[in-house]
Design a protein around this ligand. Sequence first.
Ligand code: HEC
Length: 103
Amino acid sequence: MKKVCITSFMLVIFSQAYAEPFKEGDPKIGKAMIEKNCISCHASQYGGDGSEIYTREYRKVKTSAGLIAQIRNCNTNLGLKWFEDEELHVASYLNKTYYKFEK
Ligand code: HEC
């Protein structure tokens, strides 16, 4: 009985990790990066805490590939010089919190 429980528990963990397209990123780091560099502009254009831009009905980003591309664009336009692994932190945070793409 115990063995069965542990096995199904591991399966749940594994399938969750597997369903995360930016699993190399650390969402905690991404959150801090976004709060520092990105939110104030989104909030000034869309009001509130700036998160509406990711949840609005006609949002632009529709796939995980689109999300990383958008983050890269902003990174370049703003001259932030984030490295690829840093972009993944941000993608991981935005995906976990708002977009919830599974692959
Ligand atoms: C100077 C203002 C400004 C800054 C700074 C900014 N953004 Fe944006 N961002 C925008 C605007 C305006 C849009 C909406 C563009 C549109 O609708 O065509 C947008 C859209 C987005 C979207 C797409 C939302 C959707 O529709 O799904 C993402 C993701 C995003 N920004 C991420 C970032 C990240 C990450 C940063 C920080 C590196 C950042 N932005 C910094 C103005 C900004």
